[in-house]
Write a protein that binds this ligand. Structure first.
Ligand code: ADP
Ligand code: MG
Length: 271
């Protein structure tokens, strides 16, 4: 797409955290699933950007990550590639049973509640759609099904889309909360990765309450019919904050929701 990374490839990546992350030099030796490596090549990505060189191994190692890097530095793929890669081959085991297509055609009652494995929260419809289109490229020829929802969009269509099955949910915060309130439509109980993209755009005071709800998977808000697990088991879920800047509100959110041993990455002079 003619993106020029020449100005950022030389920038230093600063890292803080429990263990040193060894950056990868290329996608080829990043331990990627063959389907993922193929999709990376199909996307035209030849070499990882600086944030990607560190994010891929950090997420693979199982850390929560806070990544701060300027716009255009490839943050989307920095979380999509390692998260989707980790789920490849495991999707069948982790994911909810798929709807029976024949039953699905016969009646709405057969529609299945969406139980995504990954939730990516984006501040705007534009960004959500952009992340969705990247996710679709990386999900090509895998079991993983991405889905995008946002406020102002056609709610009926988005519901129908969700009920066909969704492993990777990309959403604006408002629409996510709306749909989480409809417990027959969506549950976050299977979520393994929660990403806030352009987090600095979302973490202002107006939305603070929303994020506490989202980050806790609905908490009491959500009641599973089976009562088996009506909340996210914190230990099983990895949280990621991606942003161009590191505002003060991050510190609270990171302290409240991220593992104490999370990795912080900052590229160059961003923020
Ligand atoms: P950011 O979120 O940091 O602003 P994006 O993730 O939107 O940046 O990436 C900016 C552009 O660079 C996108 O068009 C994306 O497809 C492209 N891109 C990302 N990583 C690579 C790469 N390793 N090689 C080539 N292009 C890339
Ligand atoms: Mg971005």
């Amino acid at each position: 797409q003619g993106v020029d990374f020449s100005n950022i490839t030389e920038l230093e990546v600063f890292q803080e955290g429990p263990a040193r992350v060894d950056p990868i030099a290329s996608f080829d030796n990043a331990g990627l699933h063959p389907a993922m490596l193929n999709n990376v090549k199909l996307a035209g990505y030849e070499t990882p950007t600086p944030i990607q060189r560190y994010c891929l191994p950090a997420i693979k190692m199982g850390y929560d990550v806070v990544a701060v890097a300027q716009t255009g530095s490839g943050k989307t793929a920095a979380y999509l590639i390692p998260i989707l890669n980790a789920l490849m081959g495991k999707a069948k085991k982790l994911a909810a049973p798929r709807p029976n297509p024949a039953a699905f055609r016969e009646g709405v009652d057969q529609a299945v509640r969406a139980e995504p494995l990954v939730v990516i929260v984006c501040p705007s419809r534009e960004l959500a759609v952009q992340v969705f289109s990247e996710a679709r490229k990386f999900c090509y020829r895998t079991m993983l099904r991405p889905c995008v929802i946002y406020g102002g969009g056609p709610a009926m269509e988005q519901r129908a889309q969700l009920q066909k099955g969704c492993d990777i949910l990309i959403s604006s915060p408002g629409r996510l909360i709306d749909f989480m309130n409809d417990t027959r439509l969506l549950t976050l109980r299977r979520v393994r990765y929660m990403v806030l993209d352009e987090a600095d755009e979302m973490l202002h005071d107006d939305w603070k309450g929303d994020f506490d709800i989202i980050m806790s998977g609905g908490g009491e808000l959500f009641h599973d019919e089976s009562k088996s697990s009506s909340y996210i088991e914190e230990g099983n879920i990895r949280y990621m904050l991606f942003s161009a800047t590191f505002p003060k509100q991050f510190r609270d959110l990171a302290k409240n929701h991220l593992a104490e041993t999370h990795v912080r990455l900052r590229v160059g002079r961003a923020g």
